[in-house]
Write a protein that binds this ligand. Structure first.
Ligand SMILES: [Zn+2]
Ligand SMILES: [Zn+2]
Length: 220
């Protein structure tokens, strides 16, 4: 395929040698198991309907930017990377042939995912919310509209923190991670959004964008 030819491949002959066993006639080379997005050993591989395979975390991040499209060939792709099944056979091959690298990639993937999720804007709320709650917000102030615009075009996530009197977010606080399911921008710039509270997260305020309060937003 034309597209595949253009993808740079990682050549690592040491890895290839390590994968060759005395009894096998064919060897698995590292570049056969390379994710086209990070160019590393594929980790928790997900194969999408067009046949391309990516690390779960790479696909997850790529699909935040271009939803419903394969990041390699742009074919329509209705896959939810967070819950999609791993290509078990490929994962086993990668893990068996390159155990140390695979372990390292698992660690890196976890860190990448956490870093990605931790750079979300913070909003404050006054109502009682739990993971699983649905939010309907009507954002009409310019500053929130800008933030939501950035959210929607990046990872579609923001963090909610309780809004107590004189409360300031600090490292280690527990907030709620909300995922924007739908966002409609009205012609006058207002935004109507539906979001789901996904889980509790520990926050690192210095990693986040300037904190905003949702006092001026309506939740119904
Ligand atoms: Zn990858
Ligand atoms: Zn594809």
């Amino acid at each position: 395929m034309e597209l595949e030819k253009d993808i740079p491949r990682v050549q690592d002959h040491k890895l290839a040698a390590a994968a060759t066993t005395a009894s096998s006639s064919a060897s698995i080379e590292a570049d056969m198991l390379t994710c086209p997005l990070c160019l590393n050993l594929v980790c928790q591989p997900i194969t999408v309907p067009c046949g391309h395979t990516f690390c779960r975390v790479c696909l997850y991040m790529a699909m935040q930017r271009s939803k419903k499209k394969c990041p390699n060939c742009r074919a329509v792709c209705h896959v939810e990377p967070a819950s999609h099944a791993v290509n078990v056979m490929l994962a086993q091959i990668a893990q068996k042939c390159f155990p140390k690298q695979y372990e390292q990639r698992l660690l890196e993937s976890k860190q990448e995912q956490e870093k990605f999720e931790s750079t979300s804007p913070i909003f404050f709320y006054n109502n009682c919310l739990f993971p699983g709650c649905l939010l309907h917000l009507h954002l009409f102030e310019q500053r929130y509209r800008h933030m939501i615009n950035r959210c929607v075009s990046s990872n579609r996530k923001f963090i909610y923190l309780p809004n107590f009197t004189d409360y300031k977010a600090k490292t280690g606080d527990v907030g709620l991670l909300a995922y924007i399911d739908e966002c409609e921008f009205l012609p006058d710039g207002r935004a109507l959004l539906k979001a789901t509270i996904q889980k509790r997260v520990k926050v690192e305020p210095r990693l986040h964008e300037k904190q905003q309060t949702t006092n001026q937003t309506r939740s119904h």
